[in-house]
Ligand binder design. Structure first.
Ligand code: SF4
Length: 374
């Protein structure tokens, strides 16, 4: 089974923390959609297995009209062997209405991923989100009334001036909305974003590490007490509502990504499309190569396996690791992870190695230490 990702690179405005590829320029909209449809047709043989999950991400897919969405999805169904069990669409609360949500339902969207980030208007203003907290709450409720029973919301913690109490209110509001899935990310200052520029100019301050750790612990404890399982570092789901699409990324399932900046993986190699709509359109029109590609060697695949494995609740299965990458890399992994087990940052349970709460907070550091470096 395989996954299909469509990157819709339109945004009405740019959020200050975001480094995903998207543009507010609307002049090339129909050319871009035609190019995405062309890529869908051109790549119809990339996946060797039926499409089980479709994910419309971005950018802001809810900037598309229902007609545009219908055309894109029809292109998928006309060209791919589909056995779809999950069709997710990322949406912005400000784009939603009863008519639009009903339209999405009739197009087969089974899972909504609503970008909310905070239920505090001052937070939202500081990161340049378009919607208010009230609008976000109303749209979650409206989607539920219309019959969406698999809703995920995104939240960010460690925002400028955010307090522990403010974060607690956000978590409680998410729980009160009875959503099935919550993705919660610690704010990162990515190169080139507006927030990073503001920090470098001294206009805002980064949350200190201790505060971020407190927010993270509060998140995990409160969500666990309310039945949400932390099945991945940043993802919490009521049982049975884990994201099937994202889980397949973490489980090495092949996927095709179409649209500017989208990534693909066929089991052996990864490729990534040019992250520029104008170039993407012209390359598609001229039949030029519009992506870069890397064939993965055993060491790179080991590094990826360790990275995705340790981000999951189930952790790394040492028997699977040996089976996939051989005894030498298994011995290397065991040698490198020993310190973290002794420090209590990694827990070993039978053949599984997973991060403790303390370990999760410094997961990037631990994962990098476990990488094979040539
Ligand atoms: S967070 Fe989403 S809506 Fe905001 S700029 Fe990034 S892609 Fe666009």
């Amino acid at each position: 089974m395989a996954g299909l990702y469509l990157h819709i690179p339109f945004c009405e405005s740019r959020c200050y923390y975001c480094d995903f590829y998207s543009s507010t320029y609307k002049g090339n909209r129909s050319l871009l959609l035609t190019s995405i449809e062309k890529e869908l047709v051109d790549c119809k043989h990339y996946l060797k297995e039926p499409v089980r999950t479709i994910y419309l991400g971005g950018g802001t897919p809810s900037q598309l009209t229902l007609e545009e969405l219908s055309t894109l999805l029809q292109t998928v169904y006309d060209n791919y062997d589909c056995a779809v069990v999950e069709l997710t669409m990322e949406v912005n609360p400000e784009d939603l209405s009863a008519d639009y949500l009903e339209g999405l339902k009739s197009l087969g969207v089974s899972r909504l991923s609503i970008g909310i980030q905070s239920f505090n208007d001052a937070d939202l203003k500081r990161i340049n989100r378009r919607h208010t907290a009230q609008k976000a709450i109303e749209m979650v409720r409206l989607a539920q009334q219309i019959g969406f029973d698999n809703i995920s919301i995104d939240l960010i913690y460690g925002l400028p001036q955010q307090t522990l109490t403010g974060w607690k209110v956000n978590i409680q509001q998410a729980i009160d909305l009875n959503v099935q899935h919550i993705s919660a990310y610690s704010l990162t200052f990515e190169e080139g974003t507006m927030l990073t520029k503001m920090r470098d100019r001294g206009e805002i301050q980064e949350a200190d590490e201790e505060m971020s750790f407190e927010m993270f612990k509060l998140l995990r404890h409160t969500l666990s007490e309310n039945g949400y399982v932390p099945y991945e570092i940043s993802n919490f789901a009521l049982p049975g509502y884990e994201s099937k699409h994202n889980s397949s990324y973490w489980n090495y399932v092949p996927y095709l990504g179409v649209g500017p900046s989208a990534h693909s993986f066929d089991g052996q190699s990864r490729r990534w499309n040019v992250a520029n709509s104008r170039l993407y359109i012209s390359k598609m029109a001229e039949g030029d190569t519009y992506y870069n590609m890397e064939t993965l060697d055993n060491f790179t695949r080991y590094n990826e396996y360790v990275m995705t494995g340790l981000r999951k609740k189930a952790g790394v299965d040492i028997a699977v690791l040996e089976n996939l990458f051989g005894k030498d890399l298994k011995d290397y992994f065991l040698r490198m992870i020993d310190t973290y087990i002794k420090e209590g940052k990694v827990i070993k349970e039978e053949q599984h190695y997973y991060l403790s709460e303390e370990g999760i907070f410094i997961s990037d550091y631990i994962i990098e230490e476990l990488f094979w470096m040539e």
